[in-house]
Design a protein around this ligand. Structure first.
Ligand code: FMN
Ligand code: FE2
Ligand code: FE2
Length: 402
C-alpha cells in the first residue's frame, strides 16, 4: 500500500525514508535516517520530479503508481543525477516507457554514462519555461550545488521551488512532511547544517549565485530532495539566512570550538583547562575529541563557530592522524574567515603546530594566532603563566570579551 503525502492539491510526495543506511555516501553517519524525496504533479500532464535511491525503490514505484491512479506518466524531471536521486530512473522508465525525461545537456550525458543508454530526453536551458496545464515551470541552472548538472525549477502556479539538494536535511521524515510539523530550528537545524556543510559546503560562491537567481521569485514553498518541505514564510526566510551565512563562510555564533587529539590524555588536559578558562569568562565552548567524533560533526560545528582551537600531539614528526584527517576535511570544504589558535604537544621535538598551519594554509581569511602554544609532554606549574597568556591572546580576539 502507498505511503504518500499531499504537498498541495495536485502535488504529491512519493518519496521514502531509509533508516537502515549506516553511512550516507559512504562517509556521513545518519543515525536518524535520511529521506529521498520525489514529487508527482498531476495536471493536464503528469510530471515526476526526480526519483530515489535504490534502497527504497519498491516503496517509491508503488507510490508513483498510486499517485498516477492509472494515468500515464508524461514527464520525469531530473534536477540532479547523483544516484541517491537517480538510481531508480531506469526502473521507472521501464515501467513508464512513454515518459519523456526533462533535463539539461549535462544531465543527459550523465544518464548515458551511468546507464549506458540514451534517454528519450527533452533538453531545457537556463530560464526556459514549460507548461503542463495549470502549472508552468521555469528552470534555473545551479552548477556545482553540488554537481555540475544540478538545476532548480520554480512552479509559478503553486509557488513551489524544487531546490534539488539545496535546503536538504539529514533525518527520516517519520510521517512529517512539512518543517512546521516538527521543531525544525530546535531539533533539525544541526542536521541541516551537517548536510549543507559536508555535502555542499565547498561550493559557497555557487550557492550564492543560485540564491541570487531565485531571490526575485515569489517562493511560497521549498521542496528539497532530502528532509522537510518548507511552507512557512518566516521559516523560509530564516533558513535562507542560514544558507547565506554558510555559503559566505560567515560564523553563526561567537563561540570557541576546541578540537583535540590525545594519545595519553595530556593534550586533552590542556584542552579541558582551556575550555574551563573560557567558560569562566562567559565564552561559549563546544569540544570534540577528533578520534571519537566523526569529522562531519566537527566540520559542521566549525562552520557555525567564530573561533577554532586545534590541539594535537606531535606524531612521527607530523600531526596526529585523526587531527590530520580533520584539518584536510576543513581545508577541502573551503572553510574560511575564522580565528584559529593552535596547541601542540611533543616529548622530544614538537612540530604538530607547524604541520597544522601547513594543512590549513589553503584556507582563505583564517586568522591564525601566533605563537602556537607548546606542551612538553604534560602541562605543569611552570606553564601556568604562558598558558594564561595564550588564553588571554585568544580571548582578546573575541570582540565582546576583549
Ligand atoms: C607513535 C608516536 C610517535 C610520536 N612522535 C613524536 C615526534 O615525532 N615528536 C615528538 O616530540 N613527540 C612524539 N611523540 C610523543 C607525543 O607527541 C608526546 O608524548 C605527547 O606528550 C603525547 O600527548 P598526549 O598525552 O596528549 O597523547 C610520539 C608518540 C607516539 C605514540
Ligand atoms: Fe547530491
Ligand atoms: Fe542528495
Amino acid at each position: 500500500m502507498q505511503c504518500t503525502r499531499k504537498v498541495t492539491q495536485d502535488i504529491l510526495w512519493v518519496g521514502a525514508d531509509d533508516r537502515r543506511l549506516a553511512m550516507f555516501e559512504g562517509v556521513y553517519s545518519v543515525p536518524r535516517g535520511v529521506s529521498y524525496n520525489s514529487y508527482l504533479l498531476l495536471d493536464e500532464k503528469t510530471v515526476l520530479f526526480d526519483t530515489v535511491d535504490r534502497a527504497v525503490e519498491k516503496t517509491f514505484l508503488e507510490n508513483v503508481a498510486y499517485g498516477l491512479g492509472g494515468r500515464a506518466l508524461d514527464y520525469v524531471i531530473v534536477h540532479h543525477m547523483e544516484p541517491d536521486h537517480s538510481a531508480t530512473l531506469m526502473s521507472l522508465l521501464e515501467k513508464y516507457p512513454e515518459a519523456v525525461v526533462i533535463c539539461n545537456d549535462k544531465t543527459k550525458k550523465m544518464i548515458e554514462q551511468f546507464f549506458g543508454k540514451a534517454p528519450n530526453a527533452q533538453i531545457v536551458k537556463e530560464g526556459e519555461t514549460l507548461s503542463f496545464g495549470k502549472h508552468s515551470l521555469t528552470f534555473y541552472m545551479a552548477p556545482m550545488v553540488h554537481w555540475p548538472e544540478v538545476m532548480l525549477s520554480f512552479d509559478h502556479e503553486s509557488g513551489v521551488l524544487f531546490s534539488a539538494d539545496a535546503f536538504g536535511t539529514f533525518g527520516a521524515l517519520n510521517g512529517a512532511l512539512f518543517s512546521d510539523e516538527v521543531d525544525f530550528f530546535g531539533e533539525y537545524l544541526s542536521e541541516a547544517r551537517r548536510y549543507y556543510t559536508n555535502i555542499v559546503g565547498k561550493y559557497g560562491p555557487q550557492v550564492q549565485a543560485a540564491l541570487k537567481k531565485v531571490a526575485p521569485l515569489p517562493v511560497k514553498m521549498i521542496a528539497p530532495l532530502h528532509g522537510f518541505v518548507f511552507r512557512d514564510g518566516e521559516t523560509i526566510r530564516r533558513f535562507i539566512g542560514k544558507y547565506d551565512a554558510w555559503s559566505t563562510y560567515t560564523p553563526e555564533k561567537t563561540e570557541v570550538v576546541i578540537a583535540y587529539a590525545s594519545i595519553y590524555g595530556n593534550t586533552e588536559n590542556a584542552a579541558n583547562i582551556l575550555a574551563c578558562r573560557l567558560r569562566e569568562r562567559g565564552i561559549a565552548v563546544d569540544m570534540f575529541d577528533v578520534s571519537v567524533t566523526a569529522a562531519s560533526e566537527i566540520v559542521s560545528a566549525a562552520f557555525r563557530a567564530s573561533h577554532l582551537v586545534f590541539a594535537s600531539p606531535t606524531y612521527n614528526n607530523g600531526v596526529f592522524v585523526t587531527m590530520e584527517a580533520l584539518l584536510h576535511e576543513l581545508a577541502s570544504h573551503n572553510l574560511q574567515n575564522r580565528t584559529v589558535a593552535l596547541i601542540e604537544n611533543g616529548s622530544w621535538a614538537p612540530s604538530a603546530a607547524k604541520w597544522m598551519r601547513e594543512i590549513l594554509s589553503p584556507c582563505k581569511a583564517l586568522h591564525i594566532l601566533e605563537p602556537a602554544f607548546t606542551v612538553r609532554s604534560a602541562l605543569g606549574a611552570q606553564d601556568a603563566q604562558s598558558f594564561d597568556a595564550f588564553i588571554d591572546a585568544l580571548v582578546a580576539t573575541i570582540p565582546e570579551k576583549a
